[in-house]
Design a protein around this ligand. Structure first.
Ligand code: BGC
Length: 973
């Protein structure tokens, strides 16, 4: 299937035993064998697979031990749940004796099958390792038991090195004092260790080497958090890097988010946290005798600056090889001319183990074309808008000669990079030569959002010398989607690339301009899509800490997290509410109530805050700003309508969350509040009138403003009684039809459109929206060469050219929130509204004129797959349901009596229970396992006879569009 790196191939599957459901993909706190967790009670989870129907688990047992031999029968594990009869469980929170820091724990899960006794239980084994500290930082502060002995160290922070700003006529950068990257080294002698661990962090960014070999593969580590609240450290297994004799532990630091340019306000480096980067590290060497010695950051370290003259996330990076000190990271280097490290402090209180996977370079892209645009200037098109950087082999460069790499997402009409939309982000990397040949140039502490790179300073650029390196937080890919329409398929690719490009330590709005902030609403609307594409549980575990850290003194969620001066106000409707909505969605997806337990206080405080300011339950008094339905074209939705709807939604979720956590009184209170807000919403904003509809008993409903988003929030958040909901859905459909059919929604409305239309029987309209190719539509940008979802429906149009450069990203994921419905509505892979952790699937494909579609998702419970094909009137639907789950399967059919499952009448098929039939479907409940339904289905969708969406568009692109888009096969007549 398209656009999908191999689904989490890292966990080896156990060989299939003659057993019941087999556990695989064991996870500790949603990560595979994490090295360094400081969670005192981690969640140990597993997925299940089986080749048989109805092969469900009935019980599990988890054992945890330091010595793997204690996991076997007769062993003495540290913790043993015993046999727990729980057919739903796919995880258990550790509940044994306190875990010890810096220790590897092995664990085994045993799963008993529900089937007849000859089936044996199946087992799988994994491990996790605790971090530097044995508990979360807050407990440390309380007990005073500080496990760290290292100091924070820096290169002499005085501004002795003047930045060699590359002002060579090609670029003119004013770096406002960016300083060269410090290099730090510590030589030490050691015996060959039996085990070595490096615990390391930076205020800034670090890259560590031992004896010249790079430690780990994390990029932009330690990641971005609000450094006033917490600084993450990482743990590395470096046993194989330390040798007997002299060794060198070496680090390069860069400003990163700590002391570089961040966001857009104020415009100077180091405005938010610190002004120069610092390192903290402890190398623990344990001998065969169990004794541990340490090498820690302290004044004995030597420091200098080297070839990296500046490195900044927004501005770019400059390597001047004339400053390179070859061998500085190897033993034997003479560092007598270096300065002693400066100790800045020994404060360890904010250090926490990072709970997510780091940013990694996950793939590289070859150039699609390289064009010489002027002597010594080449334009490289990588064919894909991405976040990352260019790796370039420079065959020869004289001393002082320069290669400059500039980046852009799109070209202007004259084959030049279009950089106006980057605002102040220079996104320029520079290499200055020292005469040596064959230099591999790749910046290490920056990233750019780009598809095109312009390389100046080389007479030729050979295609084999240049690649784009793709960077993003390494969320294991967990989904795949495919369908017969190439346009929709490519839309899924665009959505997926938008996700990759914008999950970079935090979920950012965009990867290219001077912003790249963790805007809450963007993340909220996109999460359902993101969580189908990838396993984002650990990524959001981390970011929800940022969201929590960002809360204002009176409890409000913010608009961005990490919170930043200049954008630190209380959250707007739909933005602040993300602090409530995101944990709820994560709980439902990953079946981990700790998402709710950690968030409940914040949820309550947020709802209380709005309530305090708006005792009449209409959210009219702005607590923070109001972004309305951001970037909606056409008539704006009244702000109070959006705000009050979100108020009701947040109150409702707070109630549901409290209920899950067993806090009945809280659940009741917020439930009543949600009801009351809903009633006020209806009273204030909803008017009903006499019938205008097709049948006499149809009431008409108007929601104030009469905009699509008004109806969408009211319906999606269930603010209307059933009869009014139907009428409101009819009005919504009318508005969509009148507009094109098209959407007039912005960031908030767009996510709800297809799901709400589908829920109210208008999946046909959702399909029509998907197929639309004029703006506003998802396929309009694709017609003009988009490879990621645009920030604006009309980021570029043939009539108007580029939208205002001040805000026009070509890689924003918010409008891509339709990605969820591709899985759920087109392919039909979803879970029932009352289900968590995919316990009860809802398989509801909507063919909508397509001839095939399919989706796969590696859920917390196991692999789910739905695939269907339509051949004339014959419909075939294949469904894979993981052990322990059931699925309600809605088989499209115009003749329910025709439905068969694996060549038997469906009602007679094993593990299939008929539920209901309708005009165009028959509904069955199935147990776990694989099924193949066939039916007679005469697809009457209006799109059924049309060729695929992009082929409908026969217009020739304008010359500007052609140069903007590059060649685009589907647009050519
Ligand atoms: C960001 C959006 C964000 C919005 C809120 C924009 O600058 O790019 O993603 O949600 O601001 O106003």
């Amino acid at each position: 299937m398209s656009g999908s790196p191999a689904a989490d191939a890292r966990t080896p599957r156990p060989p299939a035993p003659p057993s019941g459901p087999r556990p695989y993909a064991l996870r500790c706190d949603h990560r595979t064998t994490p090295l360094g967790t400081d969670e005192p009670a981690p969640l140990l989870s597993w997925r299940l697979e089986s080749d048989r129907r109805g092969d469900d688990p009935v019980a599990y047992r988890v054992r945890v031990a330091e010595d793997p031999r204690d996991l076997a029968g007769g062993g003495r594990p540290l913790w043993d749940t015993g046999r727990v009869a729980d057919p739903d469980a796919v995880g258990v929170v550790y509940g044994g004796p306190a875990l010890t820091a810096r220790t590897r724990y092995h664990w085994r899960v045993t799963v008993w099958p529900a089937g007849p006794t000859p089936l044996r239980p199946a087992e799988a084994t994994s491990w996790f390792e605790t971090a530097m500290a044995d508990d979360l930082m807050t407990d440390h502060a309380a007990t005073g038991a500080d496990p760290w002995s290292a100091s924070w160290i820096a290169h002499d922070p005085r501004p002795v090195d003047v930045v060699d700003a590359p002002t060579d006529g090609v670029v003119a950068l004013d770096h406002h004092g960016l300083a060269p990257c410090p290099t730090l080294r510590r030589a030490f002698s050691a015996a060959r260790p039996a085990r070595a661990r490096l615990y390391v962090s930076a205020r800034g960014l670090y890259e560590v080497r031992i004896n010249g070999a790079r430690v780990g593969d994390a990029e932009l580590a330690p990641g971005w958090t609000d450094y006033h609240h917490r600084v993450q450290y990482q743990t590395y297994d470096v046993t194989d890097l330390v040798r007997a004799g002299e060794n060198v532990l070496a680090a390069t630091l860069a400003d990163g988010w700590w002391s570089g340019f961040v966001g857009f306000e104020p415009r100077r480096a180091g405005a938010h946290y610190g002004t120069f980067p610092q390192l903290i590290a402890e190398l623990h060497l344990t001998g065969a005798d169990g004794r541990t010695t340490k090498v820690v950051t302290d004044p004995a370290w030597r420091t200098a600056t080297g070839a990296i003259r500046h490195a900044d996330l927004l501005m770019g990076e400059c390597h001047d090889l004339r400053y390179a000190a070859d061998g500085w990271d190897l033993p034997g280097f003479d560092d007598s001319g270096w300065s002693p490290a400066v100790v800045t402090d020994t404060d360890h209180r904010l250090l926490v183990a990072s709970p997510d996977e780091p940013v990694r370079a996950t793939t590289t892209l070859l150039p699609r074309t390289i064009t010489r645009v002027a002597p010594g200037r080449h334009l490289v098109d990588f064919g894909q808008n991405l976040a990352g950087r260019v790796r370039l082999r420079v065959p020869a460069l004289p001393a002082g000669g320069r290669v400059v790499v500039r980046h852009a997402e799109v070209l202007d009409g004259t084959e030049q990079l279009y950089t106006a939309n980057l605002r102040t982000a220079a996104a320029t990397d520079v290499l200055v030569g020292d005469g040596r040949a064959n230099v591999m140039f790749e910046p290490r502490f920056t990233y750019h959002g780009f598809r095109y790179a312009e390389i100046s300073g080389l007479p030729d650029v050979d295609p084999s010398d240049v690649v784009a390196v793709v960077l993003h937080s390494d969320t294991p890919w967990a989904g795949a989607f495919d369908c017969s329409d190439p346009g929709i398929r490519r839309l899924h690719d665009c959505v997926s690339w938008g996700q990759r490009s914008n999950f970079v330590s935090v979920p950012t709005d965009c990867p290219q301009r001077d912003e790249r902030l963790g805007w809450l609403a963007d993340a909220q609307v996109f999460l359902p899509t993101a969580a189908l594409n990838a396993d984002v549980a650990a990524f959001f575990t981390k970011w929800l800490r940022d969201v929590d850290d960002a809360r204002t003194p009176d409890g409000g969620f913010t608009n961005v997290a990490p919170r930043l001066a200049g954008v630190d106000d209380e959250g707007a409707p739909g933005w602040g509410d993300a602090g409530v909505i995101i944990p709820w969605h994560l709980y439902r997806t990953y079946d981990d109530p700790r998402f709710l337990a950690r968030a409940l206080d914040g949820m309550r405080a947020w709802v209380d805050l709005i309530h305090r300011h708006n005792p009449d339950l209409l959210w009219r008094k702005r607590v923070g700003p109001h972004f309305s339905d951001w970037l909606a074209p056409g008539t704006p939705t009244p702000r109070d309508v959006i705000a009050t709807a979100y108020f009701a939604r947040s109150a409702r979720i707070t109630s549901l969350a409290a209920d899950v956590l067993g806090e009945r009184e809280t659940a009741r209170r917020y439930g009543e509040l949600a009801d009351a807000i809903g009633a006020v919403f209806a009273e204030q904003f909803v008017t009903t009138g006499p019938t205008t509809g097709v049948t006499a008993d149809e009431t008409s409903v108007r929601i104030e403003g009469d905009t699509q988003t008004g109806y969408l929030v009211a319906l999606a958040f269930e603010l209307l009684p059933a009869d009014l909901a139907d009428a409101a859905a009819r009005r919504l459909a009318e508005l969509v039809e009148q507009a094109g059919p098209a959407l007039t929604t912005g960031f908030l409305g767009v996510a709800l459109a297809a799901p709400v239309l589908d829920a109210h029987g208008r999946a046909d309209l959702a399909h029509a929206l998907l197929r639309r190719t004029d703006h506003p539509s998802w396929l309009f940008p694709l017609r003009h060469g988009a490879t990621t979802v645009w920030e604006r429906w009309d980021g570029w149009t043939p009539e108007g050219g580029f939208q205002a450069a001040s805000m026009n990203s070509f890689n924003h994921y918010a409008l891509g929130s339709v990605g969820e419905w591709l899985y759920r509505g087109v392919a039909g892979l979803g879970q029932r509204p009352d289900s968590t952790g995919y316990r009860h699937l809802s398989v509801r494909p909507h063919p909508g004129g397509l001839t095939h579609a399919g989706a796969r998702h590696e859920s917390v419970r196991g692999a789910i797959e739905v695939r269907w094909t339509r051949d004339g009137d014959r419909f075939e639907l294949r469904v894979q349901v993981p052990p322990g789950a059931t699925a309600d399967v809605r088989v499209p059919t115009t003749d329910p009596a025709s439905v068969r499952e694996s060549d038997t009448r469906a009602e007679d098929a094993p593990h299939v229970t008929p539920l209901t039939t309708g005009r165009d479907h028959a509904l069955y409940r199935v147990a776990s396992g694989a099924y193949r339904f066939t039916s007679v289905y005469a697809d009457t969708s209006p799109t059924a006879r049309l060729p695929h969406a992009l082929r409908q568009d026969r217009r020739r692109p304008s010359p500007a569009a052609a140069s903007f888009a590059g060649t685009h096969e589907e647009d050519t007549p």
